[in-house]
Design a protein around this ligand. Sequence first.
Ligand code: ADP
Length: 178
Amino acid sequence: MVAGPGGGKGTQGERLAAEYGIQHVSSGEVLRAEAQAGTPAGREVAGYQRRGDLVPDDIVFDLLTPVVSAAAAHGGYILDGFPRTVPQAVAAADVGRRLDLTLDAAVYLNVPDAVLLERLLTRARADDTAEVIKHRLHVFAETSGPLIDYYRDRGILVEVDGYQPPESITADIKARLP
Ligand code: ADP
């Protein structure tokens, strides 16, 4: 699932996982849990997250691969927040081939920036300060276009209007999933 910060990936990920009886894996959550655990990798992660920068790929892959493999072994998964860049998508496709995982769809929740900003300012997570939000929106703008094109070219992009009530978004996604 691809969406800007505050785009509803978490909400929709939870709803879809419950509907399909599969796991919801959030890259942001996995990384935050590591940061909370205070491991050396976690301390590094915390710095990137605090600034709203992308965490380096090697750390993301090390932490996420075991979680995704375990979820895949239990019937499938909704992956929220990863891949976030074309290089991550290319590397993930490689890992997927090795682990015999198939990516069925890439769901893009399209939400205007002004709405994202408003949602994040009311959510107030530690990285939801005006300055950091601005930076995350910038990072998303830089990376999302190419990522969305990458999945569109592969014929698996499902783009939905993310500025609707949560139930309508879930219904739109379900209607369009293969
Ligand atoms: P949001 O989509 O609201 O920014 P997330 O929980 O998805 O929230 O991500 C929070 C932070 O976690 C990001 O700003 C980034 O630092 C880190 N992060 C999450 N996913 C990735 C990823 N795939 N690659 C690199 N960093 C990531």
